[in-house]
Design a protein around this ligand. Sequence first.
Ligand code: DPP
Ligand code: ZN
Length: 882
Amino acid sequence: PKPIYLKDYTAPDYRFAKVVLDFELGEEVTVVGNTISVEPTFAAGGDPRPLFLNGDPTVELAGVEVNGTALDASAYVLTKKGLTITAPPAAPFELKITTKIKPQENTELEGLYKSSGNFCTQCEAEGFRRITFYQDRPDVMSEFTTRITADKAKYPVLLSNGNLVDSGDLDGGKHFTVWEDPFPKPAYLFALVAGDLGMIEDKFTTKSGREVALRIYVEEHNLDKADWAMVSLIKSMKWDEDVFGLEYDLDLFNIVAVDDFNMGAMENKSLNIFNSRLVLATPQTATDMDYSAIEGVVAHEYFHNWTGNRVTCRDWFQLSLKEGLTVYRDQEFSADMNSRGVKRIGDVARLRMAQFPQDAGPMAHPIRPESYIKMDNFYTVTVYEKGAEVVRMYETLLGKDGFRKGMDLYFERHDGQAVTCDDFLAAMADANGADLTAFKPWYSQAGTPKLDVTTEYDAAAKTFTMTCTQSTPTTPGQSDKKPVLMPIAVGLLASDGSDMELTLEGEAGAAGETTKVLRFSEASQTFVFTDVAEKPVPSILRNFSAPVRLSTDLTQEDLIFLMANDSDQFNRWEAGQTLTRALLLDLVEKAGKGEELVMDQAIVDAMRNIVNLAKEKGADKAFIARAMALPSEGELSEMVVPADPDVIHAARDFVVKTLAKELKEELLWTMRDNTSEKYERDGESRAARTLKNTCLALLSYLEDPEIDAEAFRRFKTADNMTDQISALSALSGRADCVEREEAIDAFYEQWKHDPLIMNKWLGLQAGASLPNNVENVKRLVDHPAFDIKNPNKVYSLVGGFVGGTPINFHAADGSGYEFLGDIVLKIDKLNGGVAARMVGGFTRWRKYDEKRQEMMKAQLERIVKTEGLSENVFEIVSKSLE
Ligand code: DPP
Ligand code: ZN
C-alpha cells in the first residue's frame, strides 16, 4: 500500500454540481443509480482530462452512461481502486453510474451495511466509494437528491439527508421516499437509513423563528431510553445560538441509533447516525458517565453542522480543522452545563493518558498529518484532543471576545466552502489584528513540547522572575523542531493563600488582574513580575493553558500549599497529581531495586485533608473525587524507562492500600454520608454518588470481608447503574473476594437481554487485575455475550483487556501478547478499522524491558507477514516496526 501525501494535493478537475441517487434496497442485492451533473473546472480546449472516480472491490459496476449513452468498455478503466473515464466531454455532462452492492455482507461497517436487520450507512472518511463510484474527496461538494425504494413491511422508515419531498406506495409491497438536501456537501456526509424503528419527537424554535422537528429513531423496545439524548440535543441547539450565534438551517433534524457502529457517532447532514451506546440511557441502564458522554457527543455531532458541514475540510489532512474545533466546542458546552473545573480536569487527564503516549510513540503525527495510508487510522486522540487544545490556545491568547470575532470571520469567509487549517488561523489572526506566525508549528510538529520553568524572587527589588525554556522531542521523520507560541497562564499566591495582583514588566497591568497569560514563543524567555511584596508561590499553566509537559522548581511544600489554596481549580488538582506522581515514581524505583517501600506521611495528610473537604458545607464533591484519584499505572509507565508493569503495579498498589488503611475511617464516613435513599440526577446528587463510589473503590483495596459484604449489599440494592456497576467493580477485582463470582453471575442474569450493559460486564472482567486474567478473557470470547462482529463488544473485551490493568496484557509469559495477536488477525478478516484500533496495544513495545520487547515485536512481525492483511492494520504495524 502506498501513502498519500498532503504536499501532493491538487484541486479536482471536475465539479459535481448535482447528484441524484436511487437506491433499490434488496435482501440479496442492492442496486444504486448515481446520476451526476459533471462540470469541468479547467478552461475549454487542450487535451481532455481523465475523470477518476474512487471505488472498491466490493462494488460491482453495472453500467456507465454519459449523456444518456452507454459507454463502451474501451472508454473507461476499472481497477480495484476505482473507475477512470479516460476522455470525458469537455463541456458539462451527465454521468450515470449503476452499481450493485451487498450490504448484508458488509462487516467493515463502512458504506451501506446492515445492523439488527436495518440498513444504515457510514461514509466518513472513505465509505461512499463502497456504495458507488464517485470523486470521494471532501472538496467535491454537491447537492444530493436521494430516492429510496424498499419493502414496506420490513423497512417502514426510509431516511436520507435534507427534506422529504415525495413518498408513496409501490407494487409488490414496496414503498419509496425522496429526499432533497439543499446544502452542497461532500459525499462523506451522505446518509441513508431504512428500517423498522420507533421514534420520539420534539421541536425547537430557532432564535430567528424557524421551527425544527427533532426526531430520534431507535428500535421499538428502546423507546423509553431516548429522552436524555433529546434533552441534550435541545440544550446544544440553544447553546450554539447563545455562545456562537449559530442557528440550525433546516426544518428537520434526525438522530438514528444503531448497535453496530465503528465510531461513536456521525454528523451526516440532518441525519446523524449514532452508536446506540451514545443515545440510550435510563438511570437503571446507564451510568452518570454514560449520561455525560451522551450529552457531549450529541452536542458534538450537532455542532458539526457548522464546524464540519457548512464549512468543511479541503482534504483529510485538515481533519482537525473540524474535529479539534468541534471537540473544543463540545468541551465548552459540557463545561457550561456541568462543573467547568471538573470537566477541564477530566479532559486533561484523558489527553495525558491517551494522547501524550501517542505523541511519544511510532504513530506520533502532527494534528495536521502529512501522510496516511488509511485515513481511518488518523481519527486519533492527536487530531481530536490535541487539536482541541490548539483551538483552546487561540481562546487563551485572544480572549473570549477575540476568539468569537475570529469564529465570526471564519464563517463569513468560508460558509459553503472546503478549507484548510491555515484558513482558520488566518481568520483568527485577521479578526484580531494579531500576528500568529509563531503559532503555526502546532499544526506541523508532532511531539509534546516540554516546558521548563525556574523562578527567582528578589526581595530587595520586589521582583519575581520566571525563566521559561521549551523544546519538542524528536518524533518519527521530524528531528528539527521549532519553538512554538504557547500561552502560559500564571498566578502568584501570597502567603495567606490569596491571589496577588499582577504587573508584568514592560506591560501596563489591568487593575486587579490575578492571572496573566504569558506569550512564550522563543526557545528561552524571561518574564519579570514587579511590585511583588513577598515571596510568592507561583501557580503555573493555570487551566492547563498549553498541552505541554511542564516541569518546575516547585517544592513539595509549595505543591501542598497550592493543593490547599490555588484559586485555579485545575492547578489545585494538578498540584496533587504532581505530588503523588513524584512519590509514585520514587517508589517504583525502590520497588524495582527490591527495596522496602515506605509511604510519605505528608502525602497521607494531604489526602486526608482532601477527603475531609467533603465535610464542609457546599463542598465540590466531584472535584474531591477527582483529586482522590492517583495517576494510573498507564500514566506512570510512560515516565519510567524501561517500564516494568509488575513493579509499577506493586508500587501503586502499595500506595493505594496504604492510603485506604490510613484513611479508612474518613473513607467509610464519607461513603456513608454520601449514600442517598433514592436516586436523583441533579448535579449535586451525581457528585455525591461519584464521591461515594470513589471511597468504595479505595476501601475495596483493604481486602476486608466486612467491606466486601457491604459492597455486595450495595450491589444488590442499587437502584441505578452507576451504583450497581461501581459495587460490582469493587467486588470483581480480587480473586479472593468471596462474593465476586456470585455478583458477576447475578449481573449477567439480570442484564443479559441488554447488549449495552453486556459491554460493561465484559469490560469490567477484561480489565480486572486478577492473576492470569487472560484465561478469563479467552473464555469470554466464546461467551454468548460476546460478538466479534460488533465493534462495541470488541472495544469492551479486547480493548478492556489491553487498556485495563497492564499486569495482564504485559504478563511476563507473553500470554497477553499472544492473545492480542491472535484476535487482531481474526478481527481483521471482518473489520480492518476495528482491528487497527486494537493492534495499537503493541505500538509502544520499545518502552518495555528486553524480553517483553522481543515478544511484542514477534507478534508485530507475525501480523505484518499475514496474507490479506487490511491496509489499516498494515499501516499501524509497519510504522510500529520502523
Ligand atoms: N463522527 C465522527 C466525529 O464526529 C467523525 N466525524 O468525530
Ligand atoms: Zn467530530
